[in-house]
Design a protein around this ligand. Structure first.
Ligand code: A2P
Length: 266
């Protein structure tokens, strides 16, 4: 009878799912996983509107789906904003709690929005790693690209842990590890703590340390592709660097050399 009560209360076009696990990384970041409706389909890299009932009203926010399309559960990586309309509540969820998800996923950070290439760069700051958490666990990414370079920049080392855990997970996953092989490279940097890899990715590209560290040539619009997910300022600065290298921005209806997700910022 409980489930029926919920079904009646669920707003039209919305799934009501159950939290299966929650991992807190820092006082600003956490990950949660929840059940996935059997009929729910999405492309790795897309986002969905995630919500909770706050009082008698649903409150939603755009969340990249961090799990790959093949995963039987759904994963999300979230910031905790102390007075955030959704995250101040969402950060308290526990396994067994119910979370709302609007039925239609969307987004531009999808493989279909890029023209074919050889190397795929994924640039992220903070929770901007989430769509890439999905894509680096999707075999299709490695069918389409010979090399995948995931960059993640955070304020401090503790905030990088989700990214390191993802790469470990791939390495410990029998089939995925075989598919990924040595194609995936992870370049993690911090800006507000001492660490061997220090600085904003934009600065590290401009001063060439990024290319030197990875032994990579300059961007080549003929073979290099990019995806960008971070704050408004980071999107703008990274886009300028790719455009200066001759890459053009694409979209679902007009694939090109790089794509940006603008859904989370502000
Ligand atoms: P910084 O510490 O120099 O501001 P946040 O946690 O505020 O979302 O930031 C995540 C990371 O993104 C931080 O390391 C931050 O560096 C970095 N960052 C902020 N603005 C930019 C930008 N315009 N270009 C590249 N990285 C940025």
């Amino acid at each position: 009878a409980k489930t029926e009560d919920f079904a009646i209360q669920a707003p039209a076009g919305v799934y009501v799912e159950t939290v299966t696990s929650v991992t807190h990384y820092t006082d600003r970041l956490f990950r949660f996983r929840m059940t996935r409706p059997q009929e729910f389909r999405f492309r790795s890299g897309e986002f969905a509107m995630i919500g909770l009932m706050v009082g008698d009203k649903p409150v939603y926010r755009a969340y990249s789906i961090a799990s790959p399309a093949w995963d039987e559960e759904l994963e999300f990586f979230s910031i905790k904003v102390p007075d955030g309309p959704l995250t101040s509540h969402l950060q308290k969820i526990k396994p067994g709690d119910q979370v709302l998800m609007r039925k239609k996923p969307t987004g531009t950070l999808v493989l279909d929005a890029l023209v074919p290439g050889r190397r795929l760069y994924m640039f992220s700051t903070g929770t901007g790693i989430a769509p890439f958490a999905s894509l680096i666990r999707d075999p299709e990414t490695y069918e389409k690209f010979e090399e995948v370079i995931l960059t993640h920049t955070c304020r401090d080392v503790a905030e990088l842990k989700y990214g390191f855990d993802l790469v470990d997970e791939i390495r410990n996953h029998e089939f995925l590890n075989e598919i990924v092989g040595d194609k995936l490279r992870h370049y993690a940097t911090v800006t507000r703590e001492d660490y061997p890899f220090k600085g904003r990715i934009t600065d590290l590209m401009t001063n060439r340390k990024f290319f030197a560290d990875l032994g990579l040539p300059s961007f080549d619009p003929a073979i290099d592709r990019g995806m960008i997910c971070g704050s408004t300022a980071m999107l703008k600065d990274t886009k300028e660097i790719l455009e200066a290298a001759g890459l053009t921005e694409g979209a679902n209806n007009k694939p090109a050399e790089f794509v940006i997700e603008r859904a989370f910022v502000g």
